[in-house]
Design a protein around this ligand. Structure first.
Ligand code: SF4
Length: 364
């Protein structure tokens, strides 16, 4: 498969809809051309600031407006983050991703503290990633100078369906953040979530969104929604494993050189289902019994699965040199800061917010 190919939506849709066994076979072939199929990168996600987020992302238990059972935490001390990373390294992780429930990065004490975390982690010979919300080019450059390798900011879904999930920032803010990251020397990590009620067209639309970036992301997480009580998407049915496999395989074929990460939702997948995802080109998982706030298989369980499948965790930081062709017909306009706040009405978000208010009142 030509990694410099310019894709149309129809072509990608045709790939997604192939007979599943053909799709997995094709994706496995592409995977073998660019990656060691017996290596999986194990990443540790550390929630450095949990909950209390002002945004209204319909899938997220960390949004302050919904009433969920998560434990809120202020920004974690630097030493605690470094100790968690050391422990993760000892159990096979070669990558740490720090997540903070912020709308956007704000210059000041908290950001300075994150910079110290990045400095400490990058001296541990681990790949370091951050997901801190929207970021300006200057802030991304500061993170890069501190030793950060990747910045994560998921576009979540298609531009069209995005409006049904989030009202407190626009799809274009996401793109602006990713282009700000790209202008610094950081690598881009961006992907999406399936199982939010989107159509197959939206799933392909998410991939098209990534293709419209000036360069393809080096890292693409594919998440399966974990419906959390209290969030607007609490009643969403668990996405079938076959859809996850299709999405992983399609992503692998369209982005042959990127790391495709099988991310949230693994607790909902059988070991056999996860094995199919690895076969179809997933080359990374998140380890530990908790992701940011939702449950995840424990380290032992993952190592047992790796041993059954003959997989081993990657030890070294991966060198990424591949690039996907820029789609020159769709230039991206980039501004620094000035984030939008569309605040249109999303009925289910409003309903979950009202329910949250009532619950909090009753608890007083
Ligand atoms: S996904 Fe991120 S920005 Fe959205 S509510 Fe959750 S923590 Fe906030």
């Amino acid at each position: 498969m030509d990694s410099d190919k310019t894709w149309t939506k129809e072509e990608i849709l045709n790939i997604y809809n192939k007979p599943l066994m053909e799709l997995i076979y094709d994706a496995a072939e592409v995977h073998r051309l660019h990656h060691d199929p017996l290596k999986i990168q194990v990443s540790k996600l550390i929630s450095i600031k949990t909950g209390g987020c002002p945004e209204d992302c319909g899938y997220c238990p960390q949004a302050a407006r919904y009433h969920t059972n998560i434990e809120k935490n202020n920004l974690m001390p630097v030493e605690e983050v470094l100790a968690k990373a050391e422990a993760a390294k000892a159990t096979g992780s070669s990558r740490v991703c720090m997540g903070a429930a912020w709308r956007n990065v704000q210059d000041g004490e908290d950001f300075d503290q994150v910079i110290e975390m990045v400095k400490g982690l990058s001296s541990m010979n681990m790949e370091v990633c951050c997901t801190l919300g929207m970021v300006t080019e200057n802030q991304a450059t500061r993170l890069a100078e501190a030793g950060l390798h990747y910045y994560n900011h998921n576009i979540d879904t298609s531009e069209e369906y995005y409006k049904e999930v989030i009202s407190t920032r626009g799809f274009n803010d996401r793109i602006k953040t990713l282009e700000n990251v790209r202008k610094s020397s950081l690598k881009v990590c961006s992907g999406g979530i399936i199982g939010m009620g989107e159509t197959v067209d939206d799933r392909i639309g998410m991939l098209m969104g990534l293709l419209k970036l000036s360069e393809a992301p080096e890292s693409i997480p594919i998440n399966a929604l974990v419906p959390v009580e209290g969030t607007p998407l609490e009643e969403q049915e668990i996405v079938p494993i076959w859809d996850v496999v299709r999405m992983i395989a399609t992503t692998r074929i369209v982005f042959p050189k990127s790391t495709v990460r099988l991310s949230a939702g693994r607790m909902q997948m059988s070991k056999e289902g996860q094995a199919l995802c690895f076969m179809a080109g997933a080359s990374s998982i998140f380890a530990g019994d908790k992701l940011l706030t939702t449950p995840n298989p424990g380290d032992n369980e993952d190592m047992e699965l790796f041993s059954i499948l003959g997989l081993t965790p990657t030890e070294k930081i991966k060198d990424y040199t591949g690039k996907v062709k820029i789609r020159k017909d769709q230039p991206v306009v980039v501004e620094d800061g000035n984030w939008s706040r569309p605040n249109h009405i999303i009925e289910r978000n409003v309903k979950a917010t009202e329910k949250g208010k009532t619950k909090r009142k009753a608890l007083k």
